[in-house]
Design a protein around this ligand. Structure first.
Ligand code: NAI
Ligand code: MG
Length: 366
């Protein structure tokens, strides 16, 4: 049977960038003899409009069955005043939670043609290719107790940083597995100097490493130093594994080393299914970009690179992922630029569809 994909294009520019990914999926079926069975459904505001909920139970059930979910983006001004329980983001949160997607992969890769876009000097970022693995389903964003209460005559806000050893071990494993497919190096970041959860994090990562991954080079770093090192000399890293809160901050900082939001893909992985593939959801880092929706200005590359991650991590097609990434690199080197990729000196931008055309042409030539 063909591998299965569920496409949830979502709101705003989601459907615009996903249209280009769909053409690329078709290309792989036609030209590389890699046909996918694709189903499409609704998530976010468009699902709320139709069903009164940002993620229908039937859609949730489909997501659990397919080999991989590709998501565009959710949200927009039309939904800003909705009750929290039906906000578009809740559809995405439900997918992550019920699929138990604990390992969030955020690459920070700097294409040479865009190195001048970085917040840093070209020589610090050119050729950068690192991967941040962020724990996504536990930690301080979820720990109990939490809330705001009154003590004496003032209010107190409480969150709890809490990790079990199994939660740490499974994300550590996913980082070590990933490192074996890359350059065999992992740097684990926490604050074991001031946090109990950090002490346990370092212990468990060290134990998992000694037991099953001694071939991978492991180092540890305090997360605050990690933040400094990321902007001082990011190329010293390959895979970084860290908790939910630190991963949120470090991956956003690392993202800006590489330039535009329109370029950043992500993957969220869970435990292996019966067929051995991990539960998986692939999505661009950017949102629904209401300010440019419907204008043909959206950069489809983040969504396209998310599909490349799907090829690599769900479909064991690393060389096809390389092919797609090389096609993206080629069109950028040739000067293809959507509006978000034009520097202050300007130039003439191409449209979302024209960027898709250029990438398909580069694939044809590959
Ligand atoms: P955003 O990522 O949608 O946009 C931020 C800025 O980057 C905008 O100026 C936008 O035009 C630009 N941009 C984003 N993606 C682009 C692309 N592919 N090509 C060219 N330019 C691009 O973030 P913002 O404005 O904070 O949020 C807009 C909506 O998206 C909100 O409703 C928010 O809740 C939602 N959102 C959804 C996310 C998701 O679906 N995972 C993530 C972030 C925000
Ligand atoms: Mg963030």
């Amino acid at each position: 049977a063909n591998p299965t994909l569920l496409i949830l294009a979502g709101d705003g520019i989601g459907p615009e960038v996903m249209a280009e990914v769909k053409r690329i999926i078709t290309w792989y079926g036609d030209k590389r003899d890699m046909p996918f069975d694709v189903t499409e459904d609704l998530v976010g505001g468009c699902a709320y409009d139709k069903h009164g909920t940002p993620l229908h139970d039937d859609t949730m059930a489909k997501a659990q069955e397919v080999d991989a979910v590709l998501l565009g983006a959710v949200g927009g001004p039309a939904y800003d005043d909705l009750d929290f329980s039906v906000k578009p983001e809740r559809g995405l949160l439900r997918l992550r939670k019920e699929m138990d997607l604990f390992s969030n992969l955020r690459p920070a890769q700097c294409f040479d043609a865009l190195a001048d876009f970085s917040s840093l000097k070209r020589e610090i970022v050119a050729g950068l290719d690192i991967m941040i693995v962020r724990e996504l389903t536990s930690g301080v964003y979820f720990g109990e107790p939490r809330g705001i209460h009154t003590e004496g005559n003032e209010r107190v806000g409480v969150n709890t940083q809490r990790y079990t050893e199994s939660e740490i071990a499974r994300v550590a494993r996913s980082a070590f597995e990933l490192a074996r497919r890359r350059n065999n190096r992992v740097c684990s970041m926490e604050k074991a100097n001031v946090m109990e959860s950090g002490v346990l994090w370092r212990q468990v990562v060290t134990e998992v490493h000694a037991k099953d991954y001694a071939d991978v080079e492991l180092s540890h770093m305090y997360a605050d130093n990690g933040a400094m090192q990321l902007v001082r000399n990011p190329k010293q890293f390959d895979v970084i594994v860290t908790d939910n809160l630190f991963g949120d901050l470090l991956s956003d900082a690392a993202a800006m080393l590489t330039g535009s939001l329109g370029m950043l893909p992500s993957a969220s992985l869970g435990l292996p299914m019966a067929n051995g593939r991990p539960k998986a959801l692939y999505e661009p880092v950017h949102g629904s970009a209401p300010d440019i929706t419907g204008q043909g200005k959206a950069n489809p590359i983040a969504c396209i690179l998310s599909f490349a991650m799907a090829l690599r991590y769900s479909f064991d097609a690393g060389s096809e992922a390389d092919r797609l990434e090389a096609a993206v690199e080629k069109v950028l080197a040739d000067g293809a630029r959507t509006a978000d990729l034009l520097g202050p000196e300007g130039g003439s931008p191409i449209s979302t569809t024209q960027m898709g055309d250029a990438i398909l042409a580069a694939l044809d030539a590959s």
